[in-house]
Design a protein around this ligand. Structure first.
Ligand SMILES: [Zn+2]
Ligand SMILES: [Zn+2]
Ligand SMILES: [Zn+2]
Length: 208
């Protein structure tokens, strides 16, 4: 089962494919303002993490790299690269259906799959990358007491089914092995502690 997400423009809660159709139908200002490419972005290993963004055709993949670091990846300034396209390639050179990969950190790599799903238009705006939709944060439960988890134990994450702990049960565990639960495919890797919440969905902001 794949996760549902929220449309950041109107608050609609939909699955991944339905969200694409929703954006193309309701949030495409055909022929007006900035011409963009609509991208579907997924965790390559866990596709329950997903995003939709639009980026103007004259911007390059290095703009996307910066955004991916902010929302999903950045822990300590690792190298990153795209497969199937260079960082200087402009979005306008991609066709609908094109697919390529992004890799962050060549040691403990987090891979991201990017699919060009539309040629869209939007009102002009300063920020090159506009976040249109994102999966709802997955809920994990504490392995000991079943409460909502706050941490992942990185020593256990590859060995046990449930390496998650709540605030209380995390006390007394090796704190150097604990990382916060985050809405990112990089959760639990290296020193990843999550975004600064600038991309979290706030329902009250989105109601008409
Ligand atoms: Zn919407
Ligand atoms: Zn790191
Ligand atoms: Zn607990």
């Amino acid at each position: 089962m794949t996760s549902k997400g929220n449309c950041y423009l109107c608050g609609a809660e939909l699955g991944k494919t339905a969200m694409k159709n929703h954006i193309l139908k309701y949030h495409n200002a055909e022929g007006i303002g900035q011409e963009c490419r609509l991208l579907k972005i997924e965790g390559a290993e866990d596709k329950n993490y997903w995003l939709y963004v639009d980026i103007p055709v004259d911007k390059t993949l290095s703009t996307l790299d910066t955004f991916l670091r902010k929302i999903w990846l950045e822990c300590c300034g690792h190298l990153s690269q795209f497969h199937g396209a260079g960082k200087s390639k402009k979005l306008g050179l991609f066709q609908i259906g094109d697919q390529f990969w992004h890799e962050y950190d060549m040691g403990s790599t987090t891979a991201t799959l990017i699919t060009v799903v539309g040629a869209t238009w939007r009102e002009p705006q300063k920020k090159a990358v506009r976040l249109l939709a994102r999966n709802i944060p997955p809920q994990f439960t504490c392995a000991k007491c079943g409460a909502p988890a706050a941490y992942i134990d990185t020593e256990e994450m590859y060995d046990t089914d449930n390496p998650f702990y709540c605030e209380n049960c995390a006390e007394g565990r090796d704190e150097f092995m604990l990382l916060p639960v985050t809405n990112s495919p990089r959760m639990g890797v290296c020193g990843y502690c999550g975004e600064q919440d600038v991309y979290a969905f706030v329902p009250s902001d989105k109601k008409e």
